[in-house]
Design a protein. Structure first.
Length: 314
């Protein structure tokens, strides 16, 4: 067993993906493609609305080599979060990428966006979806629901739609059946140390010694675990998220109290409505019996104006 830094932490994940070979290994496994080159691209979207740690993102330009030997460039938007409340922020960020002139290519006739794949590494579960990795791919259909393949892929279509890969980290449970399972196993939180969530206990015998790429990943995470500055940054993340969690707990409790108060107010309003209706019926009944407005007001111990308003309406 070896103790490595937990890549769920932003600082560790960033350190891991700064290694170009490791980035290629992880992204190739996720996309199930032969990625021959990746390049970290500067992103223009800055997170200023909430906290600076709830969503961590890296943009990559990746050169894909297809089975026929052809190569083409795609944009990979990789976003990682611990929190389950970031859907809108994901959409806002993607919108920025669609608008960025840097992501536009030109040919002799038109301009098109670079094809994009959005990758989400989530520190939470998505509803009742049990698959740890979900591939969301767009397809084209005709009026009768038959898939259209002739003329596709097409740069115009690819400019308007994108594929997504969603990884539910809590659904990773140590099973290694393929290359993607092997790569994602370094995020498996069931391997957290009982002494510190910053550390994962990895059984390195699960990874063949001749698997150079996986050994490179493990070595880099091992280096991160022994780096004092890295551990200090991880402590900062822990403290920051404890504040966020406490804030969210306070908000939930406040919302619960407001909801309970609303229920009480609604019940009181219903009681008042019933009381008003009973009073209205009593006034009309006495009026029908021939009593004057003054007599009704005195009999029911209410203001005569109330009697006059109700009897005039009827």
């Amino acid at each position: 067993m070896i103790n490595v830094a937990n890549p769920i932490y932003d600082i560790v994940f960033k350190y891991l993906m700064e290694d170009e070979r490791i980035a290629r290994t992880i992204l190739s496994a996720l996309l199930q493609k032969d990625i021959v080159k990746v390049e970290v691209r500067p992103h223009e979207y800055s997170n200023t609305k909430r906290d600076t740690l709830s969503v961590f993102r890296i943009d990559f330009g990746a050169t894909i080599r297809e089975a026929d030997g052809s190569e083409h460039l795609i944009l990979i938007e990789l976003q990682k979060t611990w929190l389950p409340t970031e859907t809108l922020r994901f959409r806002q960020y993607l919108g920025v990428q669609y608008e960025s002139p840097r992501n536009i290519v030109s040919d002799s006739d038109d301009q098109y966006a670079i094809p994009m794949v959005a990758v989400y590494l989530l520190g939470h579960k998505v509803g009742d979806i049990e698959e740890p990795v979900l591939y969301v791919r767009h397809r084209s259909y005709d009026y009768n629901g038959q898939e259209v393949t002739k003329g596709l892929p097409n740069p115009f279509i690819d400019s308007l739609t994108h594929d997504s890969i969603i990884v539910q980290i809590p659904r990773l449970h140590g099973k290694i059946n393929n290359r993607l399972d092997e790569v994602l196993s370094i995020f498996d939180q069931t391997r957290k140390s009982k002494l510190s969530q910053q550390i994962l206990n990895i059984d390195d015998s699960l990874y063949p010694e001749d698997d150079i790429e996986m050994q490179r990943i493990l070595r880099r995470l091992l280096m991160a675990a022994t780096d004092a500055e890295m551990r200090m940054d991880m402590n900062v993340e822990d403290e920051y998220f404890s504040i966020i969690e406490q804030r969210d707990t306070d908000i939930l409790q406040k919302d619960r109290r407001i909801a309970e108060q609303n229920v009480e107010i609604a019940a009181k309003n219903e009681q008042l409505s019933q009381k008003d209706e009973q009073l209205r019926k009593s006034i009309l009944l006495l009026a029908k019996a021939g009593l004057s407005p003054e007599a009704i007001a005195e009999n029911l111990n209410i203001n005569i104006n109330t009697v006059l308003i109700i009897t005039e309406k009827c």
